[in-house]
Design a protein around this ligand. Structure first.
Ligand code: CA
Length: 248
């Protein structure tokens, strides 16, 4: 039974993009002491590097940055991460800037100077709505395989594929980022522990088990089964693609 009324804030990672030292430090300290995991980037370039390495839950984005327009960052990261909560922090109060920000993919905005209390309240409201909305998540179809994240079931031709919890989470994580390269670090952090450090051998072992269980299920299926393809990207991680057609 899901009780999503109180989101677990310790799990939310926040990328703060802000070139002003005072505001940046204030946000970093305030978010951390309220249970979030913030990372602070001072430039657009640093923000792009950060967001390529980690899947963030929230982006707090200053529009006036030294190296690029914040709107370009909002647009790019929105296209790359549809689930990212983007809140624009702007000193610009003109309606046109707010509209441009929302058009660029931001979910909300705060006009500077804003209070930390207000920011935290907005974050709670947005994240609570997302937590409540998530059970309605549609099952993901990967060829003949269906990954139902809400029900935590993996189905091949109407038969359940028995997966251990970590195997399911690994498959679901790759399925949510279908067609994208997902790094080993991100998988370790998301599927195992956000404070993970050290060996990633457990990832290899779980991936091998997941592949074996999927191919066993396909072998036992009375119908030809098109399985998703999980490619190993050497030195990086994995990428899942839905299989086009079963082998003839
Ligand atoms: Ca600025």
């Amino acid at each position: 039974m899901r009780t999503p009324a109180t989101p677990d804030r310790s799990r939310y990672s926040v990328l703060v993009v802000e070139d002003d030292d005072t505001i940046g430090r204030h946000l970093e300290t305030g978010l951390r002491s309220n249970g979030y995991t913030p990372t602070w980037s001072r430039t657009g370039a640093a923000a792009f590097t950060e967001s390529a390495q980690t899947l963030y839950d929230v982006l707090l984005l200053d529009l006036g940055l030294p190296d690029m327009d914040g709107l370009d960052i909002a647009r790019t990261l929105r296209a790359r991460c549809p689930d990212l909560l983007i809140i624009i922090l702007t000193a610009r109060t003109d309606d046109i800037d707010v509209i441009a920000g929302l058009d660029a993919g931001a979910d909300d905005y705060l006009v500077k100077p804003f209070s930390l209390t207000v920011l935290l309240a907005r974050l709670r409201a947005h994240l609570r709505r997302r937590t409540i909305a998530s059970p309605a998540q549609e099952p993901i179809s990967l060829g003949d395989l269906i990954v139902d994240v809400t029900a935590r079931r993996c189905i091949l031709h109407d038969r359940e594929v028995p997966l251990r919890p970590k195997e399911f989470e690994l498959l679901a994580m790759l399925a949510r980022h279908m067609g994208e390269a997902v790094s080993r670090e991100v998988l370790m952090a998301e599927v195992w522990d956000e404070n993970w450090f050290g060996s990633t051998k457990t990832l290899d072992v779980t991936m091998a088990a997941l592949r074996r269980r999927l191919s066993d299920a396909a072998g036992a299926s009375p119908l030809p089964a098109a399985l998703p393809r999980i490619s190993t990207l050497r030195g990086h991680g994995y990428r899942l693609e839905p299989h086009a057609a079963p082998p003839a």
